[in-house]
Design a protein around this ligand. Structure first.
Ligand code: PHE
Length: 331
């Protein structure tokens, strides 16, 4: 009777060295296949005495089961290792998603305009609009600036090559919206009109040829300069902060009488000019079909871009139109 322990040990040593399933398959043919020693031993059983045959057969079967167990253990661990390799190779690291594309946000000037609208809407104003291309009537004449008036020159108007010379233009201020509103609405009127305005100015650190203004107009009964001062003060404190003060300085505009410029206080005690204002001139009211004996009002206007420059202490107003995202992203 052969000792099968050697055979089992040989199989187990060989199997322990098999590093992949292909190598294991080759060994399996060698140790368990048709030509394997264990099967050859089985074939010889016939030559033995019946009692020896039973013992030898049992020993062969046990050895065979042990060899099979060696193979199946090794197969299990090699399969598991192969699965780990595959899992690692096919792994999707869900924590490694690309940052989402930035959503962007409203431009600094748009934000300022929106906030201004909010402040005035909260004070009971509504928002009005007018066209960017205007006629001389709306931009000048109805506003008490006839064509001989020297103030026309001070607006540095960009004319459009349409109709009579100097009759069609890019509006040089938002004041034409005053006229359009008074023509189309019955008083009382409480509106603000933000929008783009244009002048022949060359772009420099403090000027843009295309800029934004916001116009305010109030027409009601018994309106005084005090209402104007109070409105400006209220808006400035809401927009800039409670500590910021305002003052009016006498000035001149053809469409307001009296006229003023309004300033806001700065931390260092100095004053910064923000815009123009005044009581709506009776001629303007009459030009718009409103009786100045019954209705009075005030108007104001200032640059939104300039306001943004002041609020964020920008060095150069041209930053607002350079479209450099590194700049814009900061606000
Ligand atoms: N339209 C004037 C300007 O652009 C500002 C202004 C508006 C002044 C309303 C008085 C009243 O300079």
């Amino acid at each position: 009777m052969t000792d099968y322990k050697e055979l089992v040990d040989a199989a187990s040593a060989a199997v322990g060295n098999a590093t992949d399933l292909a190598a294991l398959g080759a060994l399996q043919a060698q140790f368990l296949g048709k030509k394997a020693a264990i099967n050859a031993a089985k074939k010889q059983l016939g030559a033995l005495d019946p009692d020896q045959r039973a013992t030898a057969g049992k020993a062969i079967n046990e050895a065979r089961q042990q060899i099979e167990a060696v193979f199946s253990d090794r197969r299990d661990s090699l399969e598991q290792a192969a699965r780990l390799v595959q899992l690692e190779a096919e792994r999707l690291d869900l924590t490694e998603v690309w940052p989402r594309p930035a959503r962007g946000h409203a431009h600094l000037v748009t934000q300022a305009r929106d906030r201004l609208e909010d402040v005035f809407v909260a004070m009971g104003f509504t928002v009005a609009e007018g066209p960017e291309v205007e006629s001389a009537w709306y931009n000048f004449e109805a506003l008490n600036i006839p064509d001989w008036h020297p103030a026309r020159g001070s607006f540095d108007t960009i004319f459009v090559n349409l109709g009579e010379p100097e009759e069609v233009m890019l509006r040089s201020h938002t004041s034409p919206v005053q006229v359009r509103t008074m023509e189309s609405q019955e008083p009382p009127i409480y509106i603000v009109a933000p929008g783009r305005t244009f002048r022949t100015d060359a772009a420099d650190a403090t000027h843009l040829p295309a800029f934004n203004q916001i116009e305010g107009l109030v027409i009601d009964k018994g309106i005084t300069m005090g209402d104007l001062a109070g409105t400006i003060d209220e808006f400035v404190r809401t927009f800039f902060g409670e500590e910021v003060k305002t003052r009016l300085r006498p000035s001149y505009f053809p469409f307001t009488e009296p006229s003023a410029e309004f300033d806001i206080s700065r931390d260092d005690g100095s004053w910064l000019e923000l815009g123009g204002c005044g009581m709506v001139h009776p001629n303007v009211l009459r030009n718009c079909g409103i009786d100045p004996e019954i209705w009075q009002g005030f108007a104001f206007g200032f640059g939104i871009d300039r306001l943004a420059v002041m609020r964020y202490q920008l060095d150069d107003i041209r930053e607002l139109v350079n479209n450099d995202v590194r700049f814009l992203r900061q606000f």
